[in-house]
Design a protein around this ligand. Structure first.
Ligand SMILES: Cc1cc2nc3c(=O)[nH]c(=O)nc-3n(C[C@H](O)[C@H](O)[C@H](O)COP(=O)(O)OP(=O)(O)OC[C@H]3O[C@@H](n4cnc5c(N)ncnc54)[C@H](O)[C@@H]3O)c2cc1C
Ligand SMILES: NC(=O)c1ccc[n+]([C@@H]2O[C@H](COP(=O)([O-])OP(=O)(O)OC[C@H]3O[C@@H](n4cnc5c(N)ncnc54)[C@H](O)[C@@H]3O)[C@@H](O)[C@H]2O)c1
Length: 479
């Protein structure tokens, strides 16, 4: 039986980084992964295919160029699934190759098959050919991720009623689609297909969507999506999805009936712990398949760690990678200087995209933290005009007394990249005054930070003038 210092179950972002960290620390590591799933959900069915599809949609529809070249501008008239999937297949293949190469050059053994606990130190790998192997390790990391939740009552057929895995293999771009669930997955795909010209209806049981985001930005997104003919049915639940020869019919609890070519069911995900036999290791999983961990990502059995989507929120590739690295460092006694704190950015790849870091206006108000808002609109930036993005905006939230940056919220072109400027400043405890004094390249979207900072400082100065206080004035950073 092969023996390792660490076995990692799952080769998604969390598992990869755990295994490579172990190897870099001088330990012998192995990864177990099912056939055709190297790279995890992230590479095969989740982040990478969806983001590549988005890029293909934006390019081929010419959507982002229409302010400049007119509403009828298209790069290609009849966009086929083939046009879209060519790019996705290419990127997935390339990314899998990168991951295999990284594991190999770090001497991480890759065992292909489905892992199952035999006991708290032994894993059985069930190969697709029926062959089984046993391997053991001092430390084990569970990084098995999630799969789409599929209610029994919905008859998924992979062609007209699909989940977020199956949507990638649709045979044609549907003329109409019902999206059930306005979570991140539902709303990203709704915006992509709306951009392709599919008539979208989003059904969401809550009264709003993307509750964790800035309200003003969600309103801006809602406006843009309505402009692409998306209909929202909030506070509505799906009673049943019927399949007929001429298409699908989604029946809501309120009695409404929505006909569509396709239904995308994207109402949450389930941890993939059912086949793992965690009980044999002295562990248990929740009814949503999640495993509970402490702040070091240790499960109730201390030498077994769990990281990534299988431990729940925030369930992002970015955080999963960092959890994997931290779990390995803890397992092998390597110190980590910082806590995995509040400064984790969120990026939502809708069309247009959203990104933020730090706190929202709503939660600062609830916590009675005094703050000022600074806004910059892309339509007033030279780069915004060059790009043809007139709706984009960047908003900073500044502490009214300490002048520290508390939150950054961006909507529009490059939002998911721009957010990191604010994240870095916040991580270093920077104030709005740094942004006021900084010189940014021109013409850039980064300049929006300076414009927003000046806006915030002008408002703070106006308050200071009225009250006669000094806090509206410049506070230099300590030397
Ligand atoms: C449509 C979609 C879009 C997304 N977009 C983004 C995005 O833009 N940005 C972002 O940060 N995140 C995004 N995410 C989330 C991101 O994909 C996940 O957070 C990330 O993949 C989680 O990584 P992980 O390592 O925990 O697990 P996964 O990537 O889910 O990988 C787990 C792996 O474990 C394997 N496995 C499971 N059970 C076993 C077993 N018994 N034996 C062996 N192997 C096993 C699975 O086959 C799988 O390959 C998206 C997700 C989806 C579904
Ligand atoms: N850009 C990104 O970072 C990104 C992109 C996609 C996915 N993800 C990750 O994947 C995770 C899962 O996303 P998700 O969108 O599947 O799940 P989710 O749980 O975030 O959203 C599901 C939504 O469906 C609604 N819903 C559930 N049942 C319903 C019903 N019967 N009728 C109508 N509405 C119903 C829920 O109220 C909820 O708003 C996210 O939490 C996120 O972390 C991240």
């Amino acid at each position: 039986m092969d023996s390792y210092d660490m076995i990692v179950i799952g080769s998604g972002p969390a598992g990869q980084k755990a295994a490579i960290a172990a190897s870099k620390l001088g330990h012998r590591a192995a990864v177990v992964e099912k056939r055709d799933m190297v790279g995890g959900v992230c590479i095969n069915t989740g982040t990478i295919p969806s983001k590549t599809l988005r890029e293909a949609v934006i390019y081929l529809t010419g959507l982002t160029q229409r302010e400049l070249y007119g509403q009828s501008y298209r790069v290609k008239q009849d966009i086929t699934v083939g046009d879209l999937s060519a790019r996705t297949t290419h990127v997935i293949g390339r990314e899998i190759d990168v991951i295999r190469n990284q594991l190999a050059r770090n001497h991480v053994d890759l065992h292909i098959g489905s892992a199952q606990f035999q006991d708290a130190h032994t894993i059985v790998v069930n190969g697709a050919d029926g062959h089984t192997t046993e391997i053991r390790a001092d430390k084990i990391v569970i990084a098995v991720g999630t799969r789409p939740a599929r209610p029994q009552s919905v008859d998924f057929d992979g062609s007209t009623i699909v989940d977020s895995d199956q949507i990638l293999s649709l045979e044609k771009v549907p003329g109409s689609m019902v999206v059930v669930g306005a979570g991140v997955i539902g709303i990203e795909y709704a915006s992509m297909f709306a951009a392709l010209g599919t008539k979208i209806t989003v059904v969401e049981k809550r009264p709003t969507m993307l509750d964790f985001c800035d309200r003003e930005i969600v309103e801006a997104l809602t406006y843009q999506l309505r402009d692409l003919a998306v209909t929202f049915r909030f506070s509505e639940s799906v009673r049943e999805v019927q399949k007929h020869p001429a298409g699908t019919l989604t029946v809501l609890e309120s009695g409404k009936k929505i006909p569509a070519d396709t239904v995308l069911y994207s109402a949450g995900r389930q941890g993939v712990t059912d086949a793992l036999n965690v009980a044999a290791a002295g562990l248990s999983a929740t009814d949503r398949g999640r495993v509970e961990v402490n702040e070091h990502f240790q499960t109730e059995v201390p030498h077994i760690y769990a990281v990534g989507d299988v431990i729940g929120f925030p369930a992002l590739a970015a955080t999963s990678m960092e959890q994997g690295r931290r779990a390995s460092y803890h397992a092998f006694g390597e110190p980590v200087e910082t806590k995995l704190g509040d400064l984790q950015p969120i990026g939502i790849y809708t069309v247009p995209e959203i990104s933020f870091v730090g706190r929202t206006e709503e939660d600062l108000t609830q916590a009675n933290v005094p703050f000022e808002v600074g806004v910059s609109r892309y339509r007033e930036l030279a780069r915004g005009a060059i790009l043809g993005d007139s709706y984009g905006m960047l908003k900073i939230l500044v502490h009214a007394e300490s002048r520290e940056l508390l939150g950054v919220h961006v909507f529009g072109t490059n939002a998911t990249e721009l957010v990191h400027i604010g994240q870095t400043l916040m991580g270093c405890g920077g104030t709005v005054d740094y942004l006021v004094d900084a010189v940014f390249n021109y013409p850039t979207l980064a300049e929006s930070y300076k414009v927003a900072a000046l806006d915030a400082v002008n408002k703070m100065r106006a308050i200071a003038r009225v009250t006669g206080s000094t806090n509206g004035s410049y506070h230099p950073l300590p030397e």
